[in-house]
Every structure is written in C-alpha cells, then in structure tokens.
Design a protein around this ligand. Sequence first.
Ligand code: BJW
Length: 233
Amino acid sequence: MTQIKRIVILTGAGISAESGIDTFRSAGGLWEQHRVEDVATPEGFARNPDLVLNFYDMRRAALADVVPNAAHMALARLQREFAGEVLLVTQNVDDLHERGGSGQVLHMHGELKSALCTACGTRSRWEGAMIERPPCPVCAAPCLRPDVVWFGEMPYEMGRIYQALEACDLFVSIGTSGAVYPAAGFVEEARRAGARTLELNLEPSEGSRLFHESRLGKASVIVPEWVEEVLGG
Ligand code: BJW
C-alpha cells in the first residue's frame, strides 16, 4: 500500500450525535421537528425571520450544554500527531471539533457562533441571541442573520476543499448521510484524484457504494479505532 501523506476528512451531524446534538434526517431529527423549507432556506427566512432566528438562537444556546465526544478528540489527536497533512472539513455548525482540540477546521456550512450582516456582509463571532435584532458590530445595522449556509446558497471554502481533494491520498467521510451536495460529491472528486476512500458511519450512507471501504458503528468507537490504526500502523 502506498504511504499516506495527505488526508481529507469530512464530518457530518453523526459525529456530534453522541454529544447530544440532534442529527437532521434520523427519526426524531431536526427535519422531523421543523420543515426544512421554513428554517433552512433564504425564502423561509424572508417569510418568517422570527421563526428562523429563534430556531438558531435555541441551537446556539444549547451548545453550552454539550461537550465533545471521543470521536472529536480522536480527530484532534490525528491532526496533532500525523506526520503528513490532515484537512478537517465539517458540515456541522457546532463548535465541538474546536472544543475537542482541533486547530484548523473548515466549516463549509457556517457556524452557529457566527453572525452574518446582510447590510455590510461582515461575518462576526457571535455568542448571544439574534431575535431582538442586535446591531452589527461593524456597521451597526440591525441586520444580522445566522452565518449558516441554507439550501440554494454557496457553501464556504469550496476552492480550498476541492484543491485538497485533488491532492489527497485518503478521503474519509464520518457521520454524514450523503444526502446534501456538494459534500455528497466529495467522494467522487477524491476517487477521480486517485485517493483511497473510507466511510465511517452508523449505517450505510446514500453514496456508500462509492467508497472503497465502509465501516459501520458509533463514531465514538470506530473513529478512535481508525485513528489508532493510522497513527500506530
Ligand atoms: C452516526 C451516529 C453516530 C448518527 N455515529 N454516525 C441535485 C443534485 C445536486 C445538488 C442539488 C440537487 N438539488 C438541489 C441541490 C443543491 C442542494 C442539495 O444538496 N439538495 C439536496 C436535498 C439534494 N445543495 C445546496 O443547495 C447547497 N449549495 C449548493 O449546492 O450551492 C451550489 C454549488 C454548486 C457547485 C459547487 C458548490 C456549490 C447548500 C447546502 C446547505 C445545507 N445546509 C444544511 C443546514 C445548515 C445550517 C443548519 O445546521 O441548520 O446543512 S441542511 C443539513 O444537511 C445541514 C447539514 O450540514 C447537511 C448534511 O446533513 P448530515 O450532516 O449528513 O446529517 P444527516 O442527519 O443527514 O445524517 C447524519 C448521519 O449520521 C446519518 O447517516 C446517520 O446514520 C449518522 N449517525 N448517529 C456515527 N453515533
């Protein structure tokens, strides 16, 4: 087997599930509790901003009650100890990778603890609520929205991500259903570049057959096992 020098890891809601954050598409998940068209599209925000601001205010506040699990910590260890490059890309808007010790994380779908000003376009760190229409810290307009990527919007960092996929030897997808593009297409990009591809998930994702290998189980178990294998072998 050729030596692995560059790893790209994509994570989804499944990696934070055991920390107590709801996934989207599981039974009882966020999309069973809310209509996706209402809370995760620009049109839904324009129709009913209070509903959307409240949805994200609640999720932002709930971050105070959760902690990273063994999977987040294992990936942070991999970033610290692996001799080559590890790019961690997450679709998650929580901050559990950072709190688990990961240094560099690309949040392609934005972050709960960030605000986007629709007046001046500035992205600012944001811990509090938005429902009362606080002023933008830069331009003072009361025009903040959650800095998350809704359906129909362009995800962040796509240039850097595609560049890394083109150059990687190993692509690993963790805890994502593979239902949302462009992230769902990363496995094919990586394969085109000649990388080996591995899926770590509770159940086979929609694109499971596209991976060279699929390991099923809880992220808190199978991610640390895989990291140990990479660092030990
Ligand atoms: C465990 C576990 C445990 C549980 N251990 N595992 C047709 C073709 C291609 C594209 C499109 C198309 N029609 C429309 C589109 C575009 C659209 C799209 O993909 N739609 C689909 C419905 C088809 N995409 C977009 O609009 C995106 N933008 C875009 O495409 O721009 C144009 C573009 C063109 C070219 C290049 C680049 C861009 C934007 C998508 C934005 C998604 N936003 C959301 C909300 C973010 C804010 C928020 O958090 O509220 O992002 S939707 C939601 O889904 C969220 C997630 O990040 C995303 C993915 O969900 P994820 O993480 O996979 O969660 P689940 O719940 O689906 O799965 C959890 C998994 O974990 C499961 O598999 C479980 O088994 C597993 N699991 N417990 C391990 N303990």
